[in-house]
Ligand binder design. Structure first.
Ligand SMILES: [Zn+2]
Length: 342
């Protein structure tokens, strides 16, 4: 891996950052997981196996489904509203340490329903913890409620209802995650229309584990305002053109794609080709604790492997500000934070 000059690393550390694709449950670091697994012997054993295996295998999962299972195990460890509050507080502190100014955090309301836990008590604890941490750290957050697409229509609609209920508490978006092949975008146009009618922004994981058609469907059938991953767009010139012409931001998560086995190496990610093609590229960490990364680390890796200049790195920040679900005034304030650093 090419080395970075220390002045470039310092520039990245000081660069303000915006994270648009970050799962709360995937951001729980091993020490917090161990804390949460106290008194849960069976799960504790799974966590031990998982953490040991991941450390020896460099955070690589055998395949995408294996990753989803690991995500499920972690989610089972976060049980009570107090657990959720703890992981929220820790995440906000971690974001502050990376100079993240603003984040739209994905809350897997679908997984909470799957665990048969109360979405209201849990999200209210999360929102309260976030508010407390916002005041202390200066990091601002909004929320995107994520449905587990393979659980079917009733489930997805229920997540949408919860998202709508908490709009006044910072929920700005609704999205679908989980198994892209088992829950294709074409099943959900009505739900996305309802989300829009309720004043929520629609996002979709697409072109991650499935091909470029999945991205086209997310844009054309769902009206998705941002695409999570969009990795496989590179295989289809028409899909690249669609993303460029409509200026649909792509939430690129390179280390995630390496860890889940979708690409072999970070440097194989089409990020530079996306940039050259005029796509609105944003850089994100996805499930940073599960992939041994952070948003800052993604910037460092992208700078190293793709030799990104200060201007290009600042451009990634500007794109994320532009793609955020915030009002123009708030976006301008975020953009202004870049200026002193040129
Ligand atoms: Zn994701």
């Amino acid at each position: 891996m090419p080395e970075l000059e220390s002045s470039h690393s310092t520039f990245i550390a000081q660069l303000p950052k915006v994270e648009l694709h970050l799962h709360l449950e995937g951001a729980v670091r091993p020490e917090t997981l161990l804390e949460l697994s106290r008194n849960k012997r069976e799960l504790r054993q799974k966590v031990d196996e998982w953490t040991t295996a991941r450390h020896t295998q460099d955070f690589r999962y055998g395949n995408f489904r294996e990753f989803l299972v690991a995500f499920g195990i972690i989610s089972l460890l976060i049980e009570t509203p107090r657990d959720y509050a703890l992981v929220t507080t820790r995440l906000m502190e971690w974001l502050a340490s990376q100079n993240v100014q603003y984040a739209e955090i994905i809350f897997a309301a679908g997984v909470v329903l799957w665990k048969k836990q109360p979405v209201d008590a849990i999200f209210e604890a999360v929102a309260a913890a976030a508010e407390e941490a916002e005041g202390r750290t200066g990091v601002r957050v909004k929320w995107i409620f994520d449905a587990t697409r393979q659980f079917g229509m009733d489930h997805v609609r229920e997540v949408l209802r919860w998202a709508a209920r908490y709009r006044s508490q910072g929920v700005v978006g609704f999205g679908i995650g989980g198994d892209e092949a088992a829950g294709p975008a074409r099943l959900f146009p009505d739900v996305f229309r309802e989300a829009r009618d309720l004043g929520l922004h629609g996002v979709a994981h697409a072109g991650e584990a499935c091909g470029p058609d999945s991205i086209r469907d997310a844009v054309e059938l769902l009206g998705a305002e941002r695409i999570g991953h969009g990795l496989t767009a590179i295989r289809d010139a028409n899909v690249m053109a669609l993303l460029r012409e409509r200026q649909i931001p792509v939430e690129v998560c390179p280390s995630s794609n390496v860890s889940t086995g979708l690409i072999a190496r970070f440097e194989d990610h089409p990020l530079p080709k996306f940039m050259e093609a005029g796509l609105v590229v944003t850089l994100n960490s996805d499930d940073p604790a599960m992939f041994g990364t952070s948003l800052q680390e993604e910037f460092l890796r992208a700078a190293r492997y793709f030799e990104l200049s200060r201007e290009a790195l600042s451009g990634l920040y500007r794109n994320a500000v532009h793609a955020a679900f915030l009002g123009e005034d708030e976006k301008q304030k975020l953009e202004d934070r870049l200026k002193p650093q040129g």
